[in-house]
Write a protein that binds this ligand. Structure first.
Ligand SMILES: [Ca+2]
Ligand SMILES: [Ca+2]
Ligand SMILES: [Ca+2]
Ligand SMILES: [Ca+2]
Length: 267
């Protein structure tokens, strides 16, 4: 093996390892730096994984069904508690902690609402172009979304299902699938995260290929709520450059071209 080939292989290996964060999609958030010690600091992520404060939000609340979360009620059972976003050159990683069990029935007549989907707004302009399914057999699939379902509350936070706040989409209505990631929504709760030590928490952890968002780049907003939109949570990654798939595809060709030139020069 000549030196040029060796160098290119080393470069390829470095590129691969630079992409490989230690995030495993298993519903355990220890590698994000999150803890279960009964302290407020349990919610603070590792800055190596979540480098910017804009990439995560913590809104841990507590209380029974009559506790207001804003805009709606529901207490811990409907609490959207924390959302964390991490990116490398190939994947968008999401970690959500919530009091909402994935098995919560969707039965508005009984005042029960199932989890919604992740919604992604490129350009931070209030239009959510993409969604990630969080429950059921299609969990982890990524869709371009032309219509969303919405919750029970209007822009003033008043109960008004006929005129819901469009900035807080709940689940996807009309879609075209554009990608598939991996997603785990744990159904066995844990306790002792944060200061409300007996409250039960569930986790959604996901890895979504950036190729799903072909043609879109720039700043974006990740949003999640449940089907009533009683409590919602967002994070706004600062990263400006979601690489265009074309750029990624050209990279190996560029390396091959370099190799060919070197060979010709050596001959
Ligand atoms: Ca994990
Ligand atoms: Ca909350
Ligand atoms: Ca909570
Ligand atoms: Ca948008």
């Amino acid at each position: 093996m000549n030196k040029t080939v060796m160098r290119i292989m080393m470069l390829a290996g470095w590129l691969a390892s630079a992409n490989a964060q230690a995030i495993v999609i298993d519903g355990n958030l220890a590698e994000w730096g999150l803890k279960q010690t009964g302290q407020a600091s349990d919610w603070t992520p590792d800055t190596a994984i979540v480098p910017s404060a804009r990439q995560y939000t913590v809104e841990d609340q507590t209380g029974g069904a009559n506790t207001r979360l804003f805009p709606g009620w529901g207490g811990q059972a409907y609490d959207a508690e924390a959302l964390y976003v991490s990116l490398d050159s190939n994947f968008l990683y999401l970690a959500l902690v919530t009091g909402l069990s994935p098995n919560t029935p969707d039965n508005p007549a009984a005042n029960s609402y199932a989890p919604g989907d992740f919604a992604i707004d490129f350009g931070l302009d209030g239009s959510y172009e993409f969604g990630i399914q969080t429950t059921g057999p299609d969990a982890g699939k990524v869709y371009q979304v032309s219509e969303w379902h919405y919750g029970l509350w209007d822009v003033n936070g008043d109960h008004n299902p006929a005129n819901p706040d469009l900035l807080h989409p709940t689940s996807m209505k009309t879609t075209t699938q554009v990608g598939i990631g991996s997603l785990v929504y744990t159904d066995v709760p844990f306790t002792n995260m944060g200061v409300y030590t007996s409250d039960k928490h569930y986790v959604i952890e996901a890895a979504i290929p950036l190729s799903s968002f072909a043609g879109f780049s720039g700043k974006f907003d990740v949003h999640w709520t449940m089907n009533c939109a009683n409590d919602w949570i967002t994070a706004d990654p600062e990263l400006n450059a979601i690489p265009e798939p074309a750029t990624l595809a050209l990279l190996p060709l560029g390396l091959l071209g370099l190799l060919a030139l070197r060979r010709r020069a050596a001959a």
